[in-house]
Design a protein around this ligand. Structure first.
Ligand code: DAH
Length: 342
C-alpha cells in the first residue's frame, strides 16, 4: 500500500508538472486523480482492507497525497486561465482603434479667422466683460434711458438695483477701452452677447460679435470703407462687392449697414430663387460708422482733435454665409455630426 501511494504520487506530480495544456486538460487530470472514480478516491476505498494498526499512518499518507495533487492542479489551473486571457488580449496583427480627435468649434474657427485677418491689418485684440453695467452697455454709447433703440436690448438684468445686465452687444468695450488708453489705436473685440430674441432658424438669445474700433487723427470714412472692403474680400473672395447703406446707430454718425454681393448668385441676375439672398442680390454683414463725438466726450477725448470709425458684425452670421449653414441653432446644439464637418 505504501509503495502504491508513493508511485501514484510520483506519477501524478510528473504528469501534472508536464502538462502544458489549457483548462480542459488540467480539468481532465483533476478528474483522473480526484474525481469520484479517481485514482486517489479509489485509494481511500481500499482503507477498509488495511489493518487497524496501519489505518492511521496509511490514512495520513493518502490525505497528504490528496493535498499535494490538488495544490499542483490548482497552480496549473491558474496558469492555464492566465495564459488564456493573455492570448485573448493581444493580437498584434489587428489594426489599432483610432482615437477620436476633437475639432475647433465653427464659431471659434470664424472668430480666429476674423481675428487673424484684422491682426494682419495692424489691429489688436481686446476683450471685455459679459456682465455689463447700464452705464457702459447704453449711456456711454449715447443710448440714454428714454432712447427707443434701448427697448430692444434692455433685458437679462442680473440686478436692477446695481443696474447690471448681460451685455447686448460688444460695443461697451469701445468706451471701456478708450477710458484707459490714448489714441491712436486699432482694436477688435470678439465676444458673446445676449438679446431677448425668441429662438428660431435665424435668431438666438445668445450669439457672438466682433466689434472694431479705430481712433486717431484724420481717420476718415475712406479708412472705414478701405478696411471693411479688405476684410470682406479676404473673407468671402476677391470678387465680393461692397455696398454701404445709410443707417442709424446712436454711437456712430454717420452710420451705415454694410452689405456684400450675394455669395451664391453674386447679385448679377437678382434671381428670386436664390436660396441665400432671395433675389435681393445683397447680404447684410455688419453695422458701421464714424464714432459719434458724444461717445468721445463720454470718455474724455477731444472730438475736435480725434476721429475714428467703428463696426460690429455677428460671427454666426458670417459663418452662416461663409459655410452655407441654414440654421443658427446648429451652432449651439452640440451635435457632433454637424460640428465634425468643420
Ligand atoms: N452694436 C451694434 C449691434 O449690436 C452693431 C454695431 C453697429 C457696432 C455699428 C458698431 C457700429 O460699432 O459702428 O447691433
Amino acid at each position: 500500500m505504501r509503495d502504491q501511494i508513493r508511485s501514484i504520487e510520483e506519477d501524478a506530480i510528473r504528469e501534472i508538472g508536464a502538462c502544458g495544456g489549457g483548462k480542459d486538460i488540467v480539468e481532465s487530470l483533476r478528474i483522473k486523480y480526484l474525481g469520484r472514480k479517481g485514482v486517489i478516491t479509489e485509494l481511500f476505498k481500499k482503507m477498509g482492507s488495511v489493518s487497524a494498526e496501519e489505518k492511521r499512518d496509511i490514512g495520513g499518507l493518502i490525505n497528504s497525497l490528496k493535498e499535494k495533487v490538488s495544490t499542483a492542479l490548482n497552480e496549473k489551473m491558474a496558469l492555464a486561465a492566465h495564459s488564456a486571457e493573455e492570448s485573448g488580449r493581444i493580437d498584434v496583427t489587428l489594426p489599432g482603434v483610432p482615437g477620436r480627435i476633437g475639432r475647433i468649434h465653427p464659431v471659434t474657427k470664424t472668430i480666429n479667422e476674423i481675428s487673424a485677418l484684422f491682426i494682419s491689418l495692424g489691429f489688436r485684440i481686446v476683450e471685455g466683460p459679459e456682465m455689463e453695467t447700464e452705464h457702459y452697455n447704453f449711456e456711454t454709447l449715447n443710448i440714454p434711458l428714454e432712447h427707443p433703440s434701448r427697448d430692444a436690448f434692455d433685458t437679462f438684468y442680473l440686478s436692477f438695483e446695481k443696474k447690471i445686465l448681460l451685455r447686448s452687444h460688444t460695443s461697451p468695450v469701445q468706451t471701456r477701452f478708450m477710458e484707459k488708453n490714448k489714441p491712436p489705436f486699432a482694436i477688435i473685440v470678439p465676444g458673446r452677447v445676449f438679446r431677448p430674441d425668441a429662438t428660431d432658424a435665424s435668431h438666438s438669445f445668445m450669439f457672438h460679435q466682433v466689434e472694431g474700433l479705430v481712433v486717431g487723427e484724420n481717420i476718415t470714412f475712406a479708412d472705414l470703407k478701405g478696411t471693411l472692403t479688405t476684410f470682406a474680400r479676404q473673407m468671402f473672395g476677391k470678387d465680393a462687392r461692397m455696398r454701404f447703406r445709410p443707417s442709424f446707430f446712436p454711437f456712430t454718425e454717420p452710420s451705415a449697414e454694410v452689405d456684400i454681393s450675394c455669395i451664391v448668385c453674386h447679385g448679377k441676375t437678382a434671381d428670386k430663387r436664390c436660396s441665400m439672398c432671395g433675389g435681393k442680390g445683397w447680404l447684410e454683414i455688419m453695422g458701421a460708422g464714424m464714432v459719434n463725438p458724444k461717445v468721445f466726450e463720454a470718455v474724455g477725448y477731444d472730438p475736435v482733435k480725434v476721429t475714428g470709425f467703428a463696426f460690429g458684425m455677428g460671427v454666426e452670421r458670417i459663418a452662416i454665409l461663409k459655410y452655407g449653414i441654414n440654421d443658427i441653432r446648429l451652432f449651439f446644439e452640440n451635435d457632433v455630426r454637424f460640428l465634425r464637418q468643420f
